[in-house]
Design a binder for this molecule. Sequence first.
Ligand code: PLP
Length: 362
Amino acid sequence: MSASDLWTRDMLAPVGRLPTEQVRQLSESADFGTTVTEHMVMLNWSAEQGWHDGIVCPFGDLTINPVMSGLHNGQVVFEGLKVFRQSDGGLAGFRVVDHSRRLAASAHRLALPALPEDLFIASISELLQVDERWIPNGEDRSLYVRPTIFGTESTLALRPARTCTYLLLAFPTSAFFGQKAGSIAVWATTDYSRAAPGGTGEAKCAGNYAAGFIAQQQALAHDCQQVLWLDAAEKRWIEEMGGMNVFWMDAGALVTPPLSGTLLRGITRDSILALAARMGIPVEQRRVSLGEFCQRVAAGKITEVFACGTAAVIAPIGRIATTDGDLSIGGGPVTTRLRKVLTDIQYGRAADTEGWMFPFRW
Ligand SMILES: *Cc1c(COP(=O)(O)O)cnc(C)c1O
């Protein structure tokens, strides 16, 4: 079946739609992940039929079977990508095909079916067509698109679900940490682990977040917004933030932990590595212990630290709280330049030298 025959459209009658001025106000004032657009897209999958019954419909509650395996077995994966209004008025998504591939990889890890790339792209295009007016204008604003796949079979059996649903939602959004452009604080936990070798740390699976919330609560108690995760085996090596990857400038080189199988392969991370190399900044992917990191901050070698991810873009880290005390750092000229180079490409203000922008037109 071709991507275009798959969809049924079940639109709200125009009279049920919000007035355009209200949509504009809502979409241009929304914080991250709170305001959802008026429609959603769903596709079902079964072992016999494959992907079928695509529907574009008004956003609304789902009716779920209480025995649904996604709920009981936690078989749930997701993605997060952004669509930007371009300076020439068009619409473009950032690294859409890479997000599609990563969703397939996450699905594979959780024994869920992969959604073919043409359906992934078509589903986003369908949703953008009906909710285009929700894509905000303005500095730091974009449409955050959230695809998810979950098991829906009615069974407690401990095996992969034989029926699944793909659900696509969209959220007009601003930067993850809100309007305050300042830096964030992170708590380096040694009590809990995010990801063990061979586990699900490299997959975007919903359970990774649930497993991290207890440390996130500790972080809040230390007046920090995020957790800095160390490796599970030795609680020594810096890994990532649990929703963002981490970078720092050390003696003129940009450093980030290597993809060890327990880090999420951030697409922003990958983009920053590519942009920094093009800007002539030496880049190093290497393991660094929290102890070494603290020493190099104290010695003045580490001069900038930042977190990065689709939602947060690039956010300077101003404070790292550890059981041995606090470190003060922050962003700096490289953090600022990288953020500008990346966002200029995303909003179409600079040439898309890397071929990352995926235009949506219909
Ligand atoms: C999504 C995510 C990231 C960031 O990945 P991007 O592709 O840059 O958005 C980093 N770490 C974790 C655990 C994540 O879930």
